[in-house]
Write a protein that binds this ligand. Structure first.
Ligand SMILES: Nc1ncnc2c1ncn2[C@@H]1O[C@H](COP(=O)(O)OP(=O)(O)OP(=O)(O)O)[C@@H](O)[C@H]1O
Ligand code: SF4
Ligand SMILES: [Mg+2]
Length: 332
């Protein structure tokens, strides 16, 4: 059976050119930024698929295309078999909207500050006409507040009366208000203190178990992803460079970039692994390196790496791994 969420060869190019007159006067060319360049993955129902990668790797751009907030330059997204991109599927997509929600990083910005919490949570219930009577809506809002660990009385307060963690609970209750099945979480806890982060992550896992939710979970933090994901895709400059089961990625990282990220995770259980010192920063995405875009930072780069883009084969996009120049055991 097809996955609940299917993402196929998704691409998104942004035109980041200077205005036309500047280009003419300065003699500069049109500039295109490939934010997402051929990303494919599937998410089974009830699973958590995580995308991890440094800032600018294209995670949020993928998320926005998956939920239909941003049209892709090419490629396709299907959720429950319905295309999010095909213009002919507009009516079906409309019916699907209720089932898909997004939770953002910044709970301060994502809640209307002038609305009481009960109105914030009731809004999707009313918008999708899930319940009609005032009493039913009030009861459902109280139930949702309880589900995310808040008190039903909290509904009469305003967002500013809550802490960051509590505000994220409100955002989650709002996402659940439309009976969502698939929730895209873009850095949902990275604005929060570490101890609060853990509470919210545990709440999300608990809700997943109780409600059978499917998550696309985005984070730059591997430790967080490890706690949440059944499968993980590692992104670098718009591409998935490694995709594997959550456990495998930590016990048998294959791609040099994944190894670099893991080396940065403070975890005593991972000592003993060969340390790869990877220097440098993420290159400018407007003018990325040729071949494998990781090559300027990679200790295993050779001539082929500078010329030929490695395909994602066996869950990893790396010539050295495909050629057997570096082995998995070397990383252990
Ligand atoms: N609307 C836009 N116009 C032009 N460039 C954009 C736009 N949105 C994103 N980009 C660029 O696309 C690339 C990917 O951005 P994106 O926000 O998806 O990365 P990210 O992995 O979510 O990063 P972060 O961890 O910082 O949130 C970046 O180089 C970014 O500058
Ligand atoms: S393809 Fe080459 S440069 Fe890219 S990660 Fe593999 S070894 Fe390094
Ligand atoms: Mg982002």
């Amino acid at each position: 059976m097809a996955d609940f969420v299917e993402v196929e060869n998704l691409r998104r190019v942004f035109d980041v050119s200077k205005p036309w007159l500047n280009r003419v006067l300065e003699g500069s060319d049109r500039q295109l930024l490939r934010a997402v360049d051929g990303v494919s993955f599937g998410i089974a129902m009830g699973e958590t698929f995580a995308l991890v990668g440094e800032s600018g790797s294209g995670k949020s751009t993928v998320a926005r295309m998956v939920v239909g907030l941003l049209p892709p330059s090419s490629g396709e997204v299907r959720i429950a078999g319905i295309s999010m991109t095909d213009p002919r599927a507009t009516a079906e997509r409309q019916r699907l909207r209720r089932r898909i929600q997004m939770v953002f990083q910044d709970p301060y910005a994502s809640l209307n500050p002038r609305w009481r919490v009960d109105r914030i949570i009731a809004e999707p219930i009313q918008a999708f006409r899930l319940l009609r009577s005032e009493a039913e809506i009030r009861e459902r809002v109280g139930e949702l507040l309880g589900l995310v660990g808040l008190h039903p009385d909290d509904g009469s307060k305003y967002p500013h009366e809550f802490s960051g963690g509590q505000r994220q609970r409100i955002a989650i209750a709002r996402a659940l208000a439309s009976d969502a099945e698939f929730i895209v979480c873009d850095e949902p806890t990275s604005a929060l203190d570490v101890s609060v982060q853990a509470q919210i992550l545990n709440l999300m896992r608990d809700l997943q178990d109780r409600l059978g939710l499917t998550y696309l979970f985005i984070s730059h933090n591997l430790a967080v992803v490890r706690h949440m994901a059944t499968r993980i895709g590692v992104m670098y400059l718009g591409r998935i460079v490694e995709i594997s089961g959550g456990r495998e990625l930590f016990s048998e990282p294959k791609h040099p970039y994944t190894r670099m990220l893991l080396d940065a995770v403070p975890d005593p259980a991972m000592t003993g692994r060969q340390r790869i010192a990877v220097r440098g920063e993420v290159p400018n995405p407007i003018n990325p390196p040729s071949g494998c875009t990781f090559n300027p930072r990679c200790p295993f780069a050779n001539e082929r790496c500078r010329e030929e883009i490695p395909a994602l084969l066996g869950g990893v996009a790396c010539h050295a791994v495909h050629e057997g120049r570096i082995t998995v055991s070397e990383a252990a």
